[in-house]
Ligand binder design. Structure first.
Ligand code: ATP
Ligand code: MG
Length: 440
């Protein structure tokens, strides 16, 4: 992408309304624009990051055996009357009437709808286990939308729903999502800790919140500090195998959100030097809630004995749009964002220090063409801004690698490669620089 033809609206001033660093940087780096309280438009750089996050989430869902669908944002109120949640959900639900006065709502979550889909087709335990997921915009009319995309009213969530014949099978489905979540967040460069959590209005009796530690987080959490450095299950994890040991290695150590925290137990179980009490951001949650929806909504399946039983369910959410903010909270410096490579909007920032200088332009065009052809995503700053302004912009938007090309270096046959995270700089020949990012 050539910057001269791109749409990258950077802000010079720090927006006054933004209270936390990720919100400030998302506005300044031109990722989002607020359209109403808690409602954001995603600008070109922002949507690239959002899509990368979503792709990682989907890859890990698929690996764990979940199947993608897409449910609509609008749902019928009657569906929610079946579960009894239409009234119970209260003011957070955005209720809408169509021209025929039919009651609709903008979905805050999808348990009811996915249960309705399931009961329309599945009759036998032989079709189980089944896990259906989608990534779709949700609306919750939060009292206090704040911190940008961290607590929006409209936000993007991946939600998965598991269906099983009995509790034991449901537990296995739960474990698959738990392990998938460990992998998902680690791939984005985040250290997430699963913590025992209250099940809240969704109900049920087994739940973990995945927390990323950050001072600006809205949750108070307590855990054994060893949980920060546990090994992440590898790509070769057998999701059909026994995942219980992976889960147990973590649940053996104390970790709880404030709602279920027990200070006496914390002090009894965790050595003083390992007691971590901190703020955290909830990036995902896994729930097992049994037949809470399937029973009232009559989603039943015949077991091996021919008897019909309500299907055992769980739901599994990830805050896809919240993650953009969470990643920035975890990875930034004074100058701006530092994207972990897997979610970076571009791989390489190519900086032309003297646009209009024939030799510099030619070298940049050559590098740009070769990298692009190799599938490397390059943002090429071909504008005639001053070098200082170009550097500041690239530091702000946080592309992991900068490739800096100027007349002085070219005379000596070199270009400069700079790592955004470490600040380390290297001088390389043009070929070596291209090779670094696009190995032949
Ligand atoms: P919170 O406690 O932060 O309000 P929640 O527990 O109500 O969240 P869930 O129903 O568990 O949310 O939704 C799944 C995920 O969606 C959460 O883990 C979070 O990452 C994300 N999420 C929830 N509410 C919001 C919001 N208002 N803005 C952005 N992301 C959200
Ligand atoms: Mg939650």
């Amino acid at each position: 992408m050539r910057l001269s033809r791109y749409f990258l609206p950077l802000l010079k001033e720090t927006p006054a309304e933004a209270q936390i660093v990720s919100h400030r940087l998302m506005l300044r780096a031109g990722l989002i624009r607020q359209e109403a309280a808690g409602i954001y438009a995603w600008l070109p750089l922002g949507i690239r990051v959002l899509n990368k996050i979503k792709e990682i989430v989907h890859e890990e869902m698929n690996r764990a055996g979940a199947i993608e669908i897409l449910m609509p944002t609008l749902q019928s109120a009657d569906l929610w009357r079946e579960s009894g949640r239409y009234e119970a959900y209260g003011k957070e639900m955005l209720r809408i009437k169509d021209r025929h006065d039919r009651e609709l709502l903008y979905g805050p979550t999808n348990e009811e709808m996915v249960t309705e889909i399931f009961r329309g087709y599945v009759r036998s335990y032989k079709s189980l286990p089944l896990n259906l997921y989608h990534t779709q915009w949700k609306f919750r009319d939060e009292v206090r939308p704040r911190f940008g995309v961290m607590r929006g009213r409209e936000f993007l969530m991946k939600d998965a729903y598991s269906f099983d014949i009995d509790k034991e099978a449901a537990r296995k489905s739960y474990n698959r999502m738990y392990v998938a979540y460990l992998r998902t967040f680690a791939r984005m460069g985040l250290k997430s800790i699963p913590m025992r959590a209250e099940t809240g209005p969704i109900g049920g009796d087994l739940s973990h919140e995945f927390i990323v530690l950050a001072d600006t987080g809205e949750s108070q959490v307590f855990c054994h500090s060893d949980l920060l450095d546990m090994p992440i299950p590898g790509e070769d994890t057998d999701f059909d195998g026994d995942l219980e040991p992976i889960i147990k290695s973590r649940t053996d150590l104390y970790a709880a959100t404030e709602d279920v925290h027990d200070q006496d137990r914390f002090e009894a179980e965790v050595p003083e030097g390992k007691r971590l009490s901190a703020r955290g951001i909830e990036v995902g949650q896994v729930f097992y809630f049994g037949t809470k929806y399937s029973a009232p909504m009559k989603a039943v399946v015949a077991g091996p004995d021919g008897k019909e039983v309500p299907v055992e369910m769980g739901s599994y959410g990830i805050g896809v749009s919240r993650l953009v903010g969470a990643i920035i909270e975890a990875s930034h410096d004074e100058a701006g964002i530092i994207w972990p490579e897997p979610v970076a909007p571009f791989d390489v920032a190519l900086i032309n220090l003297k646009s209009g200088d024939a030799a510099t332009d030619a070298a940049c065009e050559d590098i740009y063409a070769r990298l692009t052809k190799a599938g490397v995503e390059v943002l090429y700053d071909d504008t005639d801004e001053r070098p200082g302004a170009k550097f500041a912009s690239m530091e702000l938007i946080g592309i992991p690698h900068q490739l800096i090309v100027g007349p002085r270096g070219l005379k000596a046959g070199v270009v400069e490669v700079k790592n955004r995270a470490t600040g380390a700089k290297e001088e390389l020949s043009m070929d070596a620089a291209v090779n670094r990012f696009a190995p032949a």
